[in-house]
Design a protein around this ligand. Structure first.
Ligand code: NAD
Length: 416
């Protein structure tokens, strides 16, 4: 199938290159010409394990190409994916103007019957609004091309995006008719393993499944963090509590690792967006509000524990390992590390950070600050430190024998 993916960020680039790898002919489009020019050379603007190889391989095979020409990209495809951003505004209401912009362009340029698939995370009712936008553009042009709008929310996780896309747990599709259902099955044929369900529902329900999934995952994290805080108080073993829970099939093992709260570009954004949608409908998401409140407090937990252990932090040398919001990504979006390091610097502590991939993005945030340095290795960061904070646990940290390789007397704080 000839496929265009509009929005070549995390979701678009991963979706596009995985579809290309499965033999489809894919054009990834974006309004950001700098990004597109880099991608044409096989340069990925962020770190995601395995993605660069996939892009390079499919560029070479000519299954994958990049463009800023949305008109050309739309006209030369059967299927158009919309993977543009939906960032929160100041009030945490999702800004869906980019989705509407792309829907408008789809209507403006459509030159044969096509399918418009929305992967961006959008509030309930957005797909239906896009149908109206596209229809109006088609009417303006006095043409009669047929189109279908399909909601196909994305569940990939940063850090494991390629694997999540190639081997999804399930594929959720909001679609109106059986013909579309057949096309969607064909499109995802090579992604669907024997037991991978492709779940069909209506447009609005598919939109809500995405928000509900992220809200539930966030709730699991806040839940285990609250239990971990109580464990600390009662001197129970949190890792054993986690294990005891994970072994219960009704509960499941995922998202039950206590730590410094959730970060990243999605969980907070989506949970806040769902709360907002509730408010607009006079519905109170009381549980979700607590989930968010617990998480914001949890992000500073390591700082307060450290302060209790060390007293004044003035001129204390603090090493921070893992500033990415989680391992295997270079994203520091909403990461606990940003809040904690800001607090440490306010207290005039001297901070040395180490992260295998996210250090540059992190240092950019603190570039005006003199009290912080970026170390070449984890051991270098910990040298002469009074305390070590381990925030996101990259695999290489597990190989370090803290007792043997790091000076005695160092306060080590690892909430993971
Ligand atoms: P991103 O910021 O990485 O990429 C978005 C891309 O869209 C950018 O390259 C931007 O230039 C482009 N864009 C914006 N407006 C455009 C327009 N009008 N025309 C053409 N291109 C335009 O965002 P992302 O992380 O890929 O997220 C995309 C959507 O997928 C969001 O709704 C997000 O909530 C959702 N999502 C993200 C993840 C994730 O882990 N990142 C997971 C699941 C769902």
């Amino acid at each position: 199938m000839k496929i265009t993916v509009i929005g070549s960020g995390y979701v678009g680039l991963t979706t596009g290159s995985c579809l290309a790898d499965k033999g489809h002919v894919v054009v990834c489009a974006d309004k950001d010409s700098k990004k597109i020019n880099q991608l044409k050379k096989g340069k990925i603007p962020f770190y995601e394990a395995g993605l660069e190889n996939l892009v390079l391989k499919n560029l070479k095979l000519k299954n994958l190409s990049f463009t800023c020409d949305l008109k050309d990209a739309i006209q030369n495809s059967d299927i158009v994916f919309c993977c543009v951003w939906t960032p929160p505004d100041n009030d945490f209401k999702p800004d869906i103007s980019a989705v509407f912009d792309v829907a408008g362009k789809f209507g403006k340029y459509i030159n044969s019957d096509k399918i418009f698939i929305i992967k961006s995370t959008v509030p309930v009712g957005t797909n239906e609004k896009c149908i109206v936008i596209i229809q109006n553009e088609i009417i303006k042009r006095k043409t009669k091309f047929k189109f279908d709008v399909v909601s196909n929310p994305e569940f990939l996780r940063q850090g494991t995006a390629v694997n999540d896309t190639l081997k999804p747990d399930r594929i959720v599709v909001g679609a109106k008719n059986n013909k579309i259902k057949r096309t969607m099955r064909k499109l995802y044929k090579s992604f669907i393993k024997k037991r991978t369900p492709i779940f069909f529902t209506d447009l609005k329900t598919a939109e809500l499944i995405k928000y509900a999934a992220n809200a539930f995952l966030a709730a699991k994290i806040s839940f285990i963090n609250e239990i971990a805080n109580f464990c600390r108080l009662k001197k129970c073993r949190i890792k054993d509590v986690e294990k005891g829970l994970k072994l219960d099939k009704r509960i499941g093992p995922a998202y039950l690792d206590s730590g410094a709260g959730y970060g990243g570009s999605c969980l907070k954004k989506d949970i806040k967006a769902l709360i907002k949608q509730g408010e607009e409908n006079k519905f109170n998401f009381a549980l979700l509000k607590s989930v968010e409140e617990i998480n914001e407090k949890q992000k500073l937990k390591p700082y307060f524990i450290l302060k209790k252990k060390l007293g004044s932090l003035k001129n204390k040398n603090i090493a921070v390992w893992g500033v990415a919001f989680k391992p295997d990504t270079d994203s520091v979006n909403e990461a606990a590390s940003v809040k904690i390091v800001q607090k440490l610097l306010n207290d005039k502590a001297k901070v040395k950070i180490y992260d295998p991939k996210a250090a540059n993005k992190f240092m950019e945030i603190f570039k005006k600050n003199r009290g912080i340095g970026n170390s070449v290795s984890a051991l270098d960061a910990a040298k002469n430190a009074d305390a070590l904070l381990i925030l996101s646990k990259w695999p290489e940290f597990k190989k370090i024998n803290l007792k043997k390789q790091i000076l005695a007397g160092l306060v080590v704080l690892d909430l993971n």
